[in-house]
Design a protein around this ligand. Structure first.
Ligand SMILES: *Cc1c(COP(=O)(O)O)cnc(C)c1O
Length: 234
């Protein structure tokens, strides 16, 4: 059904507004990213037609196939784990990278962006829960990492990103979101030159309302927009 994606988006926008108002926030301060991994270009276009302006992809190979087809009416965000040897591809495809978790990766992004006279917006991915299976910098390393990245000319640190452990109760994500916000506040207090910490990328289909209550500025929503993913890409 062609209207289903549009209906889903309208519904999510209402839930965003309600959560923002509960938290005493302006709903305009929360941006909805449509996470389009595994979603074919035709259905991504339906989301764009329904007003989506941010798209998120996880896998470099999939992004290389899809982004040129969909084009750039939207701003593309890389939200998946990024291997340093794939950086050469992402610099042309994405404007934002949410998964910077080590200096080596930031340096490679800086180098490749510089070669193409581009400037990339990056978020530091933080492994708040400390789960071994999760990517992300340890909370205690983030300030130093931001300090080191701040001197790189072609990447701009714009904030933090996290993914809480999977749980069927969204309340279980709240402590992670609080830690991310507090970490953001600490980095703001350090007043590093050239660093803006405006963005908190947190909250997905199952917990975006809790994330908004705790300060999210970008929520990353896949299934609630496009439905259950039909396959897992490699
Ligand atoms: C897949 C994914 C999402 C979206 O998850 P949904 O549960 O489908 O909303 C958000 N962030 C990241 C990093 C993802 O990999």
């Amino acid at each position: 059904m062609a209207d289903e994606i549009k209906t889903n988006i309208l519904n999510i926008r209402e839930r965003i507004a309600a959560a923002a108002i509960r938290a005493g926030r302006d709903p305009a301060g929360i941006r909805l990213m449509a996470v389009s991994k595994t979603v074919e270009p035709e259905r991504i276009r339906q989301a764009l037609d329904a007003g989506i302006t941010l798209l998120g992809e996880n896998y470099v190979q999939e992004a290389r196939e899809k982004i040129p087809v969909v084009g750039r009416p939207a701003v593309w965000h890389m939200i998946g784990h990024l291997q340093t040897n794939k950086v050469k591809y992402v610099v042309n495809l994405f404007d934002w990278i949410h998964s910077v978790d080590r200096l080596e990766l930031a340096r490679e992004l800086d180098k490749r962006a510089g070669q193409r006279s581009r400037r990339l917006n990056v978020l530091i991915e933080v492994n708040v829960s400390g789960e071994a299976s999760k990517n992300g910098a340890a909370p205690g390393q983030v300030l130093e990492l931001v300090r080191q990245i701040s001197i790189l000319p072609n990447v701009s640190v714009r904030g933090l990103m996290t993914m809480p452990p999977y749980s069927d109760d969204p309340e279980n994500s709240r402590p992670c979101f609080i830690v991310l916000r507090q970490l953001r506040d600490e980095i703001v207090s350090a007043a590093l030159p050239g660093i803006s910490m405006d963005e908190l990328s947190m909250g997905m289909t199952d917990d975006f309302e809790v994330a908004i209550e705790e300060g999210a500025t970008i929520i990353r929503v896949g299934r609630a927009i496009f439905g259950e993913r039909r396959y897992s890409p490699p």
